[in-house]
Design a protein around this ligand. Structure first.
Ligand code: BG6
Length: 483
């Protein structure tokens, strides 16, 4: 297959938190894969920064081991790995003190793209941004990449935006939501705006409801302390699920450029209806004979934090008035499955007599684990026996249709880092978008907190709390199976 990868310009990428978990698991293995795909020139430099005292050699060994450990199914080409490691430099810098900044300034080249990835705790975002300017390291051309969580409520997000904007202009700030870097998430836009077929049906006249599911089998892992202060609403809904909802619901932008796309997404968030308390279910996973409960995992026997949320909401605009959007996400569920399902309305009138005729068309976009789309349609059952109808999914699983191309897919982080280097902000959240998302989420969380809301328990390995099933059943609908 002919490679369609376009190499990026030489760059210096400084990773604050260069020895941390995200750098070792995602950022560095991702950069290595892009290097193997010949997208990164050997003149690029990756500068790991952290508090630990390490020399260049020790850092390269750490990165080599991380790439080998976290490359998953991808075979690590040892020859490429050795040359990739030569691009790495390490600098000990005290993010809150003065140590190391002068040397960092000398290290970063001003005549190539330079980007600063803040893969550190949110408490350090502002501090590092200020020091980058104070030490005259970052220029007006530099890019700064901010990991989530971007604030924990509207007021902290506003403060963070304010600090960042005193040092950088909006077109230099790349707020990461890694869901936007997923292949199928981008495909959502291609499907909607690259085909004539769906767009005429994409509205309240033809759509009965929409379901967005992000189900995980993993629990909180080693992140219990962070997660217990956040919960699923802050950790998943405020960012990943809302971004998916925006892409599904937004109006066609006039062009595929960062601000046109983000303007349309922002309008969706602003049009979201406030959620009534009986339209939301919080859950927390409970132990089984073999599995620990959430409270045991986070070592907090009195935790009321939710590891599951189901929400029914609506978008108050012309296109979507009256169409329910059901969102759910949870940890330690039966299967790992992220899916968006557009469930179309029933036929207004059927000329057939049997049961099958009232089935609804469903366009299901599977994000993970297997990327693809299915469109449920009614057809005649092949063979004799009269007009018998069956409902079948037209399977458009990308792995089958696209063969080799699927192997080529960069993971979300790879794609997003390359976008930073290319200077393309389309898949990054703008400051006003993040604030609008918190504006919607804040009252929900505040109500729970003021009422000391107790989450409903669900067993590890189940499909979620019973109340979440009832939430949608009350509307005569059902959640899609977690396959
Ligand atoms: C992260 C959340 O942003 O996304 C995690 O903090 C969650 O709690 C993860 O597990 C899910 O990402 P993915 O790509 O595995 O679906």
């Amino acid at each position: 297959m002919v490679s369609r990868v376009i190499p990026v310009d030489p760059f210096d990428l400084v990773i604050f938190g260069g020895t941390g978990d995200l750098a070792r698991r995602k950022i560095l293995p991702g950069l290595f894969r892009r290097y193997c795909a010949n997208q990164i020139p050997t003149s690029a430099r990756i500068i790991g920064v952290a508090r630990t005292q390490l020399d260049k050699k020790a850092y390269r060994i750490l990165v080599r081991d991380s790439i080998i450990e976290f490359s998953g199914n991808h075979k690590v080409n040892k020859k490429y790995l050795e040359t990739f490691l030569l691009m790495l430099v390490y600098k000990k810098v005290d993010a809150q003190g003065e140590e190391g900044w002068a040397e960092l300034k000398d290290l970063v080249r001003k005549d190539v793209v330079n980007a600063y990835y803040l893969s550190v705790g949110p408490g350090l975002f502002g501090e590092i941004a200020s020091r980058l300017k104070q030490w005259d390291i970052a220029t007006v051309e530099s890019r700064v990449v901010i990991e989530k969580p971007f604030g924990r409520d509207l007021s902290s997000a506003k403060k963070l935006n304010a600090v960042l904007s005193t040092h950088f202009s909006e077109n230099q700030i790349y707020r990461i939501d890694h869901y936007l870097g997923k292949e199928t998430v981008q495909n959502l836009m291609a499907v909607r705006f690259g085909n004539l077929l769906f767009e005429p049906l994409w509205n309240s006249q033809y759509v009965d409801h929409i379901q967005i599911t992000v189900a995980e089998t993993v629990g909180v892992g080693g992140r219990g302390a962070y997660y217990d202060k956040s919960g699923a609403m802050r950790d998943m809904v405020q960012n990943h699920l809302m971004q998916l909802l925006c892409l599904i619901a937004m109006e066609p932008p006039s062009q595929f450029n960062p601000d046109s796309v983000r303007d349309e997404k922002l309008k969706v968030i602003r049009a979201l209806a406030g959620v009534k308390s009986h339209h939301i279910v919080r859950g927390q996973y409970d132990s089984t004979k073999t599995e620990q409960s959430y409270r045991q995992d986070v070592e907090n026997p009195r935790s009321f934090t939710e590891s599951y949320v189901a929400i029914k909401t609506e978008i108050n605009n012309w296109r979507w008035a009256g169409v329910p959007f059901y969102l759910r996400t949870g940890k330690k569920l039966k299967t790992r499955s992220s899916e968006i399902a557009i469930v179309f309305k029933k036929l207004p009138h059927s000329i057939f007599e049997q049961d099958g005729e009232k089935k609804q068309n469903i366009l299901a976009i599977q994000l993970q684990p297997n990327e693809g789309m299915t469109l449920d349609v009614t057809i005649k059952e092949p063979g004799p026996g009269g007009m018998r109808l069956i409902h079948v999914p037209l399977d458009m699983t990308f792995a089958e249709a696209l063969g080799d191309h699927v192997e080529d897919n960069p993971d979300a982080y790879e794609r997003l880092i390359m976008d930073v280097i290319r200077g393309n902000q389309t898949l990054f959240m703008r400051g006003d978008e993040v604030e609008a998302a918190w504006t919607w989420t804040d009252p929900i969380i505040k109500t729970w907190e003021s009422r000391h809301d107790v989450p409903k328990l669900y067993e590890v390995g189940s499909v979620g709390p019973e109340d979440a099933m009832a939430l949608i059943r009350r509307d005569d609908r059902v959640w899609r199976d977690l396959k």
